[in-house]
Design a protein around this ligand. Structure first.
Ligand SMILES: Nc1ncnc2c1ncn2[C@@H]1O[C@H](COP(=O)(O)OP(=O)(O)OP(=O)(O)O)[C@@H](O)[C@H]1O
Length: 326
């Protein structure tokens, strides 16, 4: 006789249930619809992304998940609870990394962690054990006594993330965590997020950086104007909405449109997609080298050209006709 698989953990939590489930989730501000009936589910342990340009409705969705803003319509379940009626219970189990750091600048690194922990009801003894771990995680042990106002932007972000972990949250919400950081600080932060992922932390990230979404997210939704345009893993999305490669051609300033038409006339019959942007022309093909040679044989010469692998930026362009960062 086989033993039936159980989905109930030793804590009595049904681990097969999604951590977040949104069905036709909606948010209106007066007549304006910021989130327009979106549906998605986030299983336990997933790193889930909301990718979209400014104003797409990402933060508004996060605020509803974080139980700080009531939905106007649809259904939303977070950690098996309803954020509209069980906000305090949900917030007690959440870690939140807001878009803007809201650390206490005048307090030291340790005191920021300490006061936040006390706010969550942790005892002094618990905090004495927990804070060194969090300092280690944030790579800030040697800054423990430094006032936050003297930390760099990257250090502050790492502290904000460490602080969000003080209550050992079941779900971590990260709203544009790397905006404003330099590339090196971003990579350090990504490394910290990979570590959390390895530990099985369920995370939701909003970002308008496609490379960030591509690097970090197991699965994501592309959002634009309050709606979901596509859903899948970064690889699935690229496979569905883009080609393997893209040929980027830069013509003389102000001549992209004219040359784009020329490129289209050469490639039109071959069912090859051509996008004309203000500063370059993009040609989508599985073998970009071959297309490049063909254009040369038709006397189409760009000032510069490069071949690169398709990214989520190309997916977004295909879905909306616009660049992700306008
Ligand atoms: N409290 C509010 N009152 C009125 N309109 C709002 C409010 N909050 C957000 N909006 C509008 O809702 C839309 C979605 O905003 P939201 O902040 O969710 O976008 P976002 O995708 O997070 O963009 P960003 O990357 O700029 O944060 C925007 O047009 C914004 O102006």
């Amino acid at each position: 006789m086989s033993i039936p698989e159980t989905s109930v953990s030793h804590l009595g939590v049904d681990v097969s249930r999604p951590v977040i489930e949104a069905v036709e989730l909606r948010k209106e501000f007066g007549d304006f619809v910021a989130v327009d009936d979106i549906s998605f589910a986030v299983p336990r342990g997933e790193f889930f992304g909301l990718l979209g340009p400014n104003g797409a409705g990402k933060s508004t969705t996060m605020r509803m998940i974080g139980a700080v803003s009531h939905r106007s319509g649809g259904q939303l379940s977070v950690l098996d609870r309803d954020p509209n009626t069980e906000g305090p219970q949900i917030r007690a189990q959440l870690g939140v990394v807001p878009q803007e750091d809201n650390l206490d600048l005048e307090l030291s690194v340790t005191d920021n962690l300490y006061s936040y922990g006390r706010f969550f009801g942790l005892s002094r003894t618990e905090l004495r054990a927990r804070i060194p771990e969090l300092l280690e995680f944030a790579q800030l042990p040697d800054r423990a006594k430094t006032r936050v106002e003297n930390l760099s932007g990257g250090m502050r972000r790492r502290l904000t993330i460490a602080r969000s972990l003080i209550n050992s949250p079941s779900l971590l919400l990260l709203d544009e965590p790397t905006t404003g950081l330099d590339p090196q600080a971003r990579h350090i932060l990504w490394d910290r997020l990979y570590r959390l992922k390895d530990r099985g932390t369920t995370m939701v990230l909003t970002t308008h950086f496609m490379d960030e979404a591509e690097q970090l997210c197991d699965r994501l939704v592309v959002v634009d104007q309050g709606q979901i345009m596509a859903e899948g893993s970064p690889r699935e999305l690229i496979r569905s909405y883009a080609t393997r490669e893209v040929l980027e051609l830069r013509f003389a300033t102000g001549k992209q449109e004219q040359n784009g038409d020329l490129v289209r006339s050469v490639l039109g019959e071959r069912n090859i997609r051509v996008e004309v942007l203000p500063d370059r022309v993009l040609v989508y093909a599985d073998n970009a080298e071959e297309v490049s040679a063909m254009l040369t044989s038709y006397n189409v010469h760009a000032r510069s050209s490069l071949i690169r692998r398709c990214s989520l930026e190309d997916v977004f362009l295909r879905l909306t006709g616009r660049s992700l960062i306008d």
